[in-house]
Write a protein that binds this ligand. Sequence first.
Ligand code: DAT
Ligand code: MG
Length: 151
Amino acid sequence: MERTFIMIKPDGVQRNLVGEVIKRLEAKGFTLVGLKMMSVSHELAEKHYDVHKERPFFKGLVEFITSGPVVATVWEGEGVVASSRKIIGATNPLAAEPGTIRGDYGISIGRNLIHGSDAIETAQREIDLWFKDEELVSWEPSIKSWLYEEN
Ligand code: DAT
Ligand code: MG
C-alpha cells in the first residue's frame, strides 16, 4: 500500500494545529502508521531539503525547520501521496484554496505549516530519512471494507 511522509512544521506545532492536521488525514480515511514529535538536527534538515540547496531560501528554510519541535508522520492509503498534497494545498498559502490546510490556516510561504512528499519516490526517500523501520507500525484498520470497495 502507498505511503507518504507528512510533517507538521514548527509553525504548525506552535499554532496548535497538530490535531487539526491529523484529524483531516484520519477523517479522509488514511491510516497513520508512524508518528513522532522531535527536534530536527541541522544535518537532517539539510538532507530533507537537499533538492532546494541551491535556492536562495534554503538557509532560511533549514533555520526555520530546526527552530522548534516538529511532528513527523507517515500515512498509508490508496493514492495517499497525491491526495494528501491536495489536502495540504498549494505551497503559497495565499494561493492555496480555502478548504486546504494551508488555504485555511496560512499566509506566508515561509510559514506554510506542513510538509508533504510530492511523489511516490520522494515519499520513500523521506520515510527512510525520518523513520527507522521499527518506528513504523503496519496495522489493518477494521473499517477498511467501508473505505475500499475491494480488499
Ligand atoms: P512544498 O512544501 O509545497 O512541497 P517546495 O518543495 O517547492 O514546496 O518548497 C519547500 C519549502 O520551501 C516550502 O514549503 C516553503 C519553502 N519555499 C518554497 N518556495 C519558497 C520561496 N519562493 N520563498 C521562500 N520559501 C519558499
Ligand atoms: Mg516539496
